[in-house]
Design a protein around this ligand. Structure first.
Ligand SMILES: [Zn+2]
Length: 86
């Protein structure tokens, strides 16, 4: 997983987290990096889906818990635990 250039300047970031993600069998097959820039409400994320392995980058606005991402390849829902959205 190659991180985008905008993550090199952490002074622009309000929040960043990196987690490993497990599939239904509990195997850690994926990962996600999520970051929010100062002054923005949306999260950007770089996801390697734990179910299908496809990497993707997008952004999301979380409205309410539990926070979930949806893989744009296999369309499975991925739970993001313990995220501080604000
Ligand atoms: Zn997937």
């Amino acid at each position: 997983m190659k991180l985008p250039d905008e993550l090199k300047n952490v002074n622009n970031l309000a929040y960043i987290t990196r987690r490993k993600l497990a599939n239904e069998n509990g195997e850690q097959m994926g990962a996600v990096v999520m970051w929010r820039k100062k002054g923005e409400e949306e999260f950007n994320y770089l996801l390697q889906c734990p179910h299908c392995g496809v990497e993707q980058q997008s952004h999301v606005f979380f409205k309410k818990r539990p926070y979930r991402l949806k893989c744009n390849n296999c369309e499975k829902s991925i739970l993001i635990e313990k995220l501080a959205a604000k």
